[in-house]
Design a protein. Structure first.
Length: 65
C-alpha cells in the first residue's frame, strides 16, 4: 500500500484540492493518507472533510489517518 504524508493538513481547502486529486488517480486510490498539523482542531476538520471525500468519490478505498 502506498502512503502519502501531508504535513500542514490543517489548511483544509489546500489539503482537499491536493489529496482529492490523489483519490481520483487510479494508482493512489487505495493509499493511506496520513494527515499532520500543529493545530488539533483544524486537523480534525480536515480529516473529516477527507473522510467524506473518500466516501463520496473513492468508495472508501483509501485509509485516512
Amino acid at each position: 500500500m502506498k502512503k502519502i504524508t501531508f504535513v500542514g493538513a490543517g489548511s483544509t481547502v489546500f489539503a482537499k484540492n491536493i489529496l482529492g486529486d490523489c483519490l481520483c488517480t487510479p494508482c493512489l486510490q487505495d493509499a493511506e493518507l496520513a494527515l499532520y498539523d500543529i493545530d488539533p482542531q483544524r486537523l480534525r476538520e480536515s480529516a473529516a472533510v477527507m473522510r467524506a471525500l473518500n466516501r463520496r468519490i473513492n468508495r472508501n478505498r483509501a485509509r485516512i489517518t
